[in-house]
Design a protein around this ligand. Sequence first.
Ligand code: NAD
Ligand code: TYD
Length: 341
Amino acid sequence: MKLFVTGGAGFIGSNFIRYWLSAHPDDVVMNIDLLTYAGNLENLHDVAQNPRYAFVRADVADASAMKTHMAGADVVVHFAAESHVDRSIMDAAPFMRTNVLGTQVMLDTARSLGVQTYIQVSTDEVFGDLPPDPQKKFSEVSPFAPSSPYAASKAAGDHLAHAYFRTYGFPAIVTHCGNNVGPYQFPEKFIPLAIVNALAGKKIPVYGDGLQSRSWIHVDDHVRALDAVIMRGRAGETYVIGGEEKTNRDILHAILRLLGKGDDLISFVEDRPGHDRRYAINDEKIRNELGWRPQYSHAEALEKTVAWYRGHSKWLQHVMDASYQEYYTRQYGARAVAGNR
Ligand code: NAD
Ligand code: TYD
């Protein structure tokens, strides 16, 4: 099979590509990424020379580039997005462009080329937040009620994917996963930010009272869930993918313990506007229908991730001093540029 993966230089996309090349030795993967601040080709340094892997720098909202490069793809896995809630609160415009318009371009292109499997990788954040009742969890039938511009832009893209199935019979599948933890995540998100600051002995900002909870999953478990959906999922369906519910305080205490640091690094700061209080997921459908199970407990996922950041100081250094953005030029020069921003 030929996979067309967007956003493969980001956190989840890069973990997905590394996994797929190893788990499916007959398949080829094309990675399309605009290399925004969140795109880092160093995340894929170990597969860059693999003959079954190709990279093209392009914008998912560029219809002509998508048409050129998607031709011949059997499967499209659409990860590319603006993904950080706090940035969406500062400026929603790039979120609308990439997450809404970009998704429409992806759907139109895939439909015109007759792509047989299209995965819209989305988030549980489209469902808004849950009351404290532990019985209440998100499932495939939960209504969309996004709180942030990020979540609203993802919900719009997901609605489009469903509408293309209903209107045109286009074989889109939408997945909604909880918060991922794992290697190669940009340290603007909570867990890598906490690890990086703790390693440097710097304060860790905790929004509000820190008692907000999320459904946390190791990125490898998410990637294997996507494999199950690609191979066995049904067109037009939705699958939610969950993890373990933990509060931000729980997570921070665990990280500080793993790093041998004290609670004095915790700094409670002003809450995020519109901050969702609680996410939790009932993922019986993907377990029962597709036979997926997570392999890591939250404690294992966090321990592995903390160890990874500790052991990858060069990667981290390149992210912190912004030199990761030069990797593209060193590796690919001007050859691979198909679009730019
Ligand atoms: P990320 O921010 O780490 O990576 C996004 C990637 O998309 C980057 O490489 C960036 O360069 C690329 N990109 C951005 N705009 C683009 C454009 N216009 N054209 C082409 N490429 C572009 O994000 P992530 O955390 O890896 O998330 C990937 C996907 O998974 C997103 O769609 C996100 O909504 C979804 N998701 C993330 C989580 C999570 O916990 N991180 C959970 C559930 C779902
Ligand atoms: P984040 O990693 O931004 O993911 P999301 O908002 O998409 O769930 O944040 C995870 C949780 O951590 C969320 O409740 C917000 C909180 N948070 C902080 O308390 N401090 C921070 O500096 C960040 C980035 C997030």
